[in-house]
Each structure stands twice: as structure tokens, then as C-alpha cells.
Design a protein around this ligand. Structure first.
Ligand code: 13P
Length: 251
């Protein structure tokens, strides 16, 4: 059974007040039958949500603090995202792991923080180029999943979205081939099957890494690819709308 396609925009640290207004003006209503989620920078979440309100899209954040409130200068709590109407939190993005030293232990803490606040985690996993060349890609991805599994307990995989984002494909223009992506997605689905027979049928597994409107059709046509987590191409409303249309064709 095909799952409801899910396409998420990860704007990363991009945007201005004017760009948000321009984007909202150019953004067409998404096609029916899919989930579309915008994860803008925290600074623009409220503004983008107000601009797109009623347009059938949902919202998420790119990272949260571990703590719920308190003396944590500069941080934003998952509860605050919920308060602003967000429903999702990206957890364990490779840029957070690499540039901000987020270990598996921190990723688990953030996963639990999202859950506590009532946000659905979008868990990112993926290997580096070196790890792939060394034949370690599957082992790395399974270890990242195992860390969440161990830290979050039996309910870890209920109401979660998983994004396979090979690090070597992020922002490089070098997309994993549909076959490479499908292979890893099948590994992830098999991992879920070993946790609960119901999970693999339900859980959306997204591909991320240089997705654009031209390559989305072939990626989304794969049996275990249920949509995309889109970086650069989501910054252009027309391009991102094209990716959403490609996902809708699979619904
Ligand atoms: P790009 O689409 O820019 O390669 O980024 C992918 C990504 O990191 C989404 O989270």
C-alpha cells in the first residue's frame, strides 16, 4: 500500500522578511493528497505561517533545545514551536551533527524533547562519502537508528518521519540515484519491520539530498521513497511546487 506522500522544505538559515512575503505571494496551493511541511528559520516561522495560513500546508522547525524552558540564552524550546503552531521538528540533521557537534546522545535528547512537546520528529540519518566508499553506509544508518531506538524505547517509531539524507548528496548537486536511495530506504523499512509489523506500512521515509523538480519524479516513483526533505530547491516557490506535484503523482 502506498503511503501518503510527504514533502518538507528545510530552508536552513535562509530568508528575509521580504523573501518570505515574495515566497508566500508566489506559492500556489499544494496539490491534494500530500503533506507539505515548511521548516523555515525560527525567526520567520510565525510570519510564514501567517502568510500561508489556510493554504493546506503545515509547519516545522529545524532544531530545538533539549530543555523546555529556563536560562538557556539563545535557545528555542520545542514547546515554543508547538505554541507557534508547528507540528514537526527536524532531529539529527547532518549539518547539526557535523557543525554543532550533535552526538547520537544529543539527537536522542532532542527527539525526546520534540515528543514531549507534541511535535512529530523528522529523524535524519545518512552516511558520509568516505563511509559509503568504505562499504559502511548501511552500518552507519542502522547505528543512527539504533541510538534512537535505545534512547527512546519501544514507542520510538510510532508517529515519526524518517529522512535518509546521504551527506555527500546534500547541497552538492550530486543526488543519490533512485536505485541507491531505494536500496537504503528498503533497509530502513526492514529495520522498522523488525520493531513492529505495522510500522513499515505506515512510516513515511523521505529522501533528501539535491532533490529538485527535475529529479523528483524518478526518486518518488521508488517503492520505499515516500517524499522528500528538500533544502536548496525549496527556497524557490515554483521549484518547490514542482517537487510537490511530483509527489502528488504518487498518491
Ligand atoms: P539540499 O536539497 O540543498 O541538498 O539539502 C538537503 C537537506 O539537507 C535537507 O534537509
Amino acid at each position: 500500500m502506498r503511503r501518503r506522500p510527504f514533502v518538507a522544505a528545510n530552508w536552513k538559515m535562509n530568508g528575509t522578511v521580504h523573501a518570505v512575503a515574495d515566497y508566500a505571494a508566489a506559492w500556489p496551493d499544494p496539490p491534494p493528497g500530500i503533506d507539505v511541511v515548511f521548516c523555515p528559520p525560527w525567526a520567520y516561522l510565525d510570519r510564514l505561517a501567517a502568510a500561508l495560513r489556510g493554504g493546506g500546508v503545515r509547519f516545522g522547525v529545524q532544531t530545538t533545545a533539549v530543555e523546555a524552558a529556563g536560562a538557556f540564552t539563545g535557545e528555542h524550546a520545542a514547546e515554543m514551536a508547538r505554541d507557534l503552531g508547528a507540528e514537526f521538528a527536524i532531529v539529527g540533521h547532518s549539518e547539526r551533527r557535523r557543525l554543532y557537534a550533535e552526538t547520537d546522545a544529543v539527537v536522542v535528547e532532542k527527539f525526546l524533547a520534540a515528543r514531549r512537546a507534541g511535535l512529530t520528529p523528522i529523524v535524519c540519518v545518512g552516511e558520509t562519502l568516505e563511509e559509503r566508499r568504505d562499504g559502511k553506509a548501511v552500518g552507519v544508518v542502522l547505528a543512527q537508528l539504533d541510538a534512537i531506538d535505545a534512547g527512546a524505547g519501544p514507542a520510538a517509531w510510532e508517529d515519526v518521519v524518517i529522512a535518509y539524507e546521504p551527506v555527500w548528496a546534500i547541497g552538492t548537486g550530486e543526488t543519490a540515484t533512485p536505485a541507491q536511495a531505494q536500496e537504503m530506504h528498503a533497509v530502513i523499512r526492514d529495520y522498522l519491520a523488525r520493531r513492529s509489523s505495522a510500522l513499515p506500512r505506515e512510516t513515511r521515509i523521505l529522501y533528501g539530498g539535491s532533490v529538485n523538480a527535475a529529479n523528483a519524479d524518478d526518486l518518488f516513483a521508488q517503492a520505499d521513497i515516500d517524499g522528500g526533505l528538500v533544502g536548496g530547491a525549496s527556497l524557490d516557490a515554483g521549484e518547490f511546487a514542482g517537487i510537490c506535484r511530483a509527489a502528488a503523482q504518487q498518491s
